[in-house]
Design a protein around this ligand. Sequence first.
Ligand code: IPD
Length: 258
Amino acid sequence: MNTLTQAIEEIVRAAGSMMRDAFNDPDKPAYSLKGRQDYLTVTDGAVERFVRAEIERRFPGDAVLGEEDGGAVNAQRLWIVDPIDGTANFARQIPHFCISLGLLVEGRLEAGAIYEPMHDELFIAQRGQGAWCNGERMHVSELAELPAATMEIGWSARLPAAPYLALVLRGMEAGCSVRRAGSGALGLAYVAAGRSEAYAEAHINAWDVAAGLLLVEEAGGRVNDFWTPEALSQGNPVLATNQRLAAELSVLTGIDLK
Ligand code: IPD
């Protein structure tokens, strides 16, 4: 642990405790919809404001891009925050959501963390230093057969249903257990932790993946080249896998790996 990862851990843990308090409040978090199946709670905004203030205080001069309030897309040092990933779960009292915070330096992920407050799980990585879950080194799974594999396939109302359903069908016909748990960030963290073999989604935003992609790489897995010039403003497809199923899952999803 160094000063950078220490700061990241402190920020995401404090943010996570704001989320936990709101989730456990007898007045359940009120929600509104930004669009079809696109949930928003007051806690999303409050957590993002807290994280922005912490970054400004601890790393003056660094830029921030967040899901709720937007921000810079071409800074040399850019923090990318999703205050609550899995907002629909949070709003509906399903304890599967997290904060994701990543640091992109000159277009490359340098460090990041995902904190899941309801099970007190901290997933953290720094480039070249490995990926860790609550102090234990993470490694992607060694599983090599699709009929034993689990693949999470994310979905949002941003894209039509048919290609999603076609991918689910291909995955199931290949023998995978296909799931969708509603948090892309945690989906990536679970690949890093060896709890599933892959996370795929045809379109996802930068704040959903800015920590998770580094977690998977540092845990020995494979990811696609997400950080194209338009990734920060428009998002991209995402695929993260273990090593042994990487080639098959790249073909199955139609997403190239680095
Ligand atoms: C969404 C979740 C979902 C993924 C979507 C994201 P949000 O983020 O990560 O699992 O499939 O692409 O937009 O709205 O919960 O922050």
